[in-house]
Design a protein. Sequence first.
Lengths: 227, 317
Amino acid sequence: MLTLLGIAVVVLGFLIRVNPLLVIAVAALVTGLAAGMDAVHIIAVFGKAFNESRYVTVVFIVLPVIGLLERFGLQERARMLIAKMRGATTSRLLIFYLGFRQIMAAIGLASATGGQAQIVRPLLAPMAEAAAETHYGPLPQKTHDLIRAHAAAADNVGVFFGEDIFLAIGSILLIKGFLEQNGIIVQPLALSVWAIPTAICAFLIHGTRLLLLERRIKHEAAKAGAE
Amino acid sequence: MITLEHVYIFAGLIFGSIAVASALDRANPKRFGNAAFWGLLAASFLFGSHLSDFENGLLVLALVVIGGFNFLGKSAPPTTTPAQQSEIAARLGNWLFAPALIIPFVALLGTLFLKNAQFDGAPLLDAKQVTLISLGLGVVIALIVLMAWLKPSLLAPVQEGRRLADTIGWATILPQMLAALGAVFAASGVGTAVGHIATTYLPLGTPFAAVLTYCIGMALFTAIMGNAFAAFPVMTAAIGLPLIVHQFHGDVVIMAAIGMLAGFCGALTTPMAANFNIVSAALLDLDRNAVIKAQIPTAIPLLVVNLLLMYFLVFRF
């Protein structure tokens, strides 16, 4: 039971907003010690796992390209493009992207076709903001922040509730492997079919929220304009 | 054969050049903190495969000290002003989107077509890592196109990359740190302990109670671990298989598929899923929890939907 102290450290650390890097280091130390490991062993286990997880951080190799594109006005261009499309609203744009992302993830192209650094920051977020400004005029900062957060959220929801429809995604393979260890053989196709109802519901729920977002943006812009 | 190791070396060179540019940035009072942070990360990518586990652990500890105790400064490398950006954007027109789409396009084509490509009778690249290798390839091609077309100074990609890297700051390594914490949790038996608590103290006497506990347990445990992959084996071994499948004769495929998705609802709500929820907020210059706040009102109804879907489907097929 003592090993659960690490979880308590994580929860507490995030609640009182200590720097997460420190929280994680302390949680790892506490957990390891509670399980009877010595400090050297814990550092080695942690170092090995960190090294083997470098693929998580390697996506930041896109930063020089994204930075260069911003230097040459990519975000501005994205805004100009959206401002010209009269029918483009923030909610329509984000709903379209949500669906696109779900479908791409469902055919196994999640990491190839989107992402926070590659698409959301340079393209999707500025477009979503520009669509709102085109319709409602200048927006207060909190509305800008709200729209940006929703651009990031559309990307996440799209990937999470699309990728499990793809047969060869890690989570499906993990399920298959785990059940096999327990003597149950399942086909990946059967698993991915049962991810479809949730994917549809995710699109409906999040899409509805995005429609409501449009009203909120309009309201906040009108309120800021009246002040 | 091109492997992930080559992409790591490329990443190491990028972080290394950001480190050098940081050290030379006299405008940043904490420039040596930035230089040390990006330099150590570069070392991890360049030499991590050749260091011992303990040495890699010390390297992480150094990163934690620099990032955790605020030794990183915000840099402001020279870039274009918004007015200049508008002027350039108007001049270049929609062609500007072309290089932006090179990375996803190459990653897409590579994933689809390069998997079994051969060169001189040997495989061209490691088929298991085809997407990440294609991503690296896309970055190289996009850089070449941009440099040839717009002819910025040779240092521009480094300085622009540094601008964004310092925007993300210490959160750059947060997802990788959490993955490593997951390994320590696993080695210490945290999962088994959680499963033990769930089965000992929770009411599981009816099919609905079992489904309820399993789905909420997946979401909560995923929120704690930041990853449904860590939660799934624990919750399924503790509740899913013995109760839903064996005792109440539910369908194992439906339970597993929807159970995993219940976990994903938890992932929408937690700072522990840092690459989705925290790095994105840093990239967009938002409050740390802004993206999570935008996602929670979707996560909760969707969890309820998963719970009901499982309850109405799992005992029917």
